[in-house]
Design a protein around this ligand. Sequence first.
Ligand SMILES: [Zn+2]
Length: 208
Amino acid sequence: MYFPFLDEAPEFRRDVLDGLRQPLESGEVVIARADRHVRLPARFQLVLAANPCPCGSAGGQCVCPPFRRNGYLGRLSGPLLDRVDLKLAVSAVTRGDLALPPGEPTAVVSARVALARQRQQERWHELPYRLNSQVPGALLREAPWRPAARERRPLELAMDRGALTLRGLDRALRVAWTLADLRGASRPGLDDVTLALDLRTPTGVRVA
Ligand SMILES: [Zn+2]
């Protein structure tokens, strides 16, 4: 598995960014020529980072002309961002933050992730999948994997509002299952579904 990291993602060419859409969805790159198609494996975990504007200054210090500031994040297309499962708004580090105790050690988080992956392998062992990310959305929308009515409700409301596409729904379901795996639960609860939905569009991140 590769982990490409595109720092200052809006600075990349639009066609390069949008070229990532298909492999993000299918895990392969298809090269079409006049007489043949070639399929190459391309499973990777994409990490994008972006400042809110080209100069990267927080708050009132920004020196960008309004037209540049307004269009900056818009260079990441809606269809590309629809394929990004976890979006986090990160604020600038303050002096107060430096005094905070360190977070969880990497080894502790790593052990929790390994356990979550093991749960996924056990769940899907009779099917040709090892991880939640590989399971087709249609399967997660059917019994016995389909969430109960209470857990489905926030997803249905988001779809009714036009805030969630069918692709986004499937991706939110996969994330909800992973959140349940991380906390050792047998199924996603309402909190897992709600958090999975919030992580798609956190406050402070404008989706083009
Ligand atoms: Zn700026």
